[in-house]
Ligand binder design. Structure first.
Ligand code: NAP
Length: 326
């Protein structure tokens, strides 16, 4: 089969189309003929040698795919050949074929283009487990989503708004902010021209927000504490602005805050299955009904993976970038 390989691994790596062995479905797994693979920020790090896949996972890039079931491993009961699925995979997505645990897959409804379904697995799994599991979000609570125009952000805003939550978000220019409001954010804050802490305080009458989903880190760690409500929960999924910060912990104890951080990729099949089951129940019907839409900046053929990475690295995009196969 054809797959993307990493030429000259390291800071000056290049992504190239190569021949690779077709994977085989292990017990409990399905083989998927890939229609599209979603890009994720972590793929950029992996291509530069900075984010190795978990033990046992494919070394080929790609953490989410959509496609049709091509073969079943032993003991698979949930799917049959020909089914349209999208899947969270620990690696191997940038290829004609990829394997996935049967319990990491969701059915692609007729209302959703098969290619566009690749926009959802990584974002929905991440958003659900960080905002609802870790963040313990309750009905009517408010949320601040940093990086609102990211792949993660566009899904978080839509899912939160569809479930009746007030969503605030930050993004790096006015066009991105407008897109976030169109997706359901009550207020999008251009962090280059406005102070998000001041805006949140003004918008909430000084109360703050209940949950914050943050991928920025750095000085946001302190500022998130200022934007949080009493008993607020702050969940980090990345620290793009920096892994270190000098912190005054007084607001933590005064506001009884919780600070958390998690990753998804290395979790067990059983943990991912539990998230999948929650999504199937709580989020996927909203996707099938068109209330959560794929937000896709670009669809490029698999062979243009290098160009796709350059688009993502520019941070000019809104939503997801997909690699498509014929
Ligand atoms: N922990 C987990 O399990 C998990 C799972 C999935 C994703 N993630 C993380 O979540 C983040 C979003 O992922 P994604 O695939 O949705 O990314 P993405 O689409 O590439 O979006 C990232 C956006 O973040 C904003 N940003 C803010 N500060 C930045 C900085 N210092 N450097 C670069 N960009 C910055 C940029 O938009 P602006 O114009 O607004 O600055 C950029 O477009 C990534 O950091 C990713 O690694 C974590």
């Amino acid at each position: 089969m054809q797959a993307i390989g990493i030429e000259n691994p390291g800071p000056a790596s290049r992504l190239v189309l190569q021949d690779a062995p077709k994977p085989q479905a292990a017990p409990g797994e399905i083989l998927i003929q890939v229609a599209a693979a979603g890009l994720n920020r972590a793929d950029l790090m992996q291509a530069k040698g900075g984010y190795p896949p978990p033990p046992g996972a494919s070394t080929i890039l790609g953490m989410e795919v959509s496609g049709t079931v091509a073969a079943l491993g032993q003991g698979v009961t949930e799917w049959k050949p020909g089914d349209r699925v999208c899947a969270l995979v620990p690696g191997g997505g940038y290829a004609q074929y990829a394997t996935a645990a049967q319990s990491s897959c969701l059915p692609v409804p007729d209302s959703l283009e098969l290619v566009d379904a690749a926009a959802f697995p990584e974002t929905l799994f991440t958003v659900w487990t960080n905002i609802w599991d870790s963040g313990r979000l309750k009905a009517k609570e408010s949320v601040l989503v940093h990086g609102g125009s990211s792949g993660i952000g566009v899904t978080a805003i839509q899912l939160l708004a569809a479930r009746g939550h007030t969503v605030f978000t930050t993004a790096g220019n006015d066009a991105k902010c407008q897109a976030c409001v169109a997706l359901g954010a009550k207020r999008a804050i251009n962090y280059k021209t406005e102070d998000f802490v001041a805006v949140i305080q003004a918008e909430t009458g000084g109360r703050g927000v209940d949950v914050i989903l943050d991928m920025v880190g750095g000085d946001y760690v302190q500022r998130n504490m200022a934007a949080a409500a009493m008993w607020g929960r702050i969940v980090n999924i990345a620290y793009m602005q920096g892994m270190t910060a000098e912190i005054n912990f007084a607001p933590m104890i005064m506001k009884r805050l919780t600070l958390m951080a998690t990753t998804l990729r290395g979790r067990s099949v059983a943990e991912k299955a539990a998230i999948r089951d929650a999504l199937d129940r709580e989020a996927w019907p909203l996707v099938a009904a068109g209330r959560i839409k794929p937000v896709v900046e670009a669809r490029l053929p698999l062979g243009q993976a290098q160009k796709a990475h350059e688009i993502m690295a520019s941070s000019a995009h809104i939503g997801k970038i997909l690699l498509t196969l014929d």
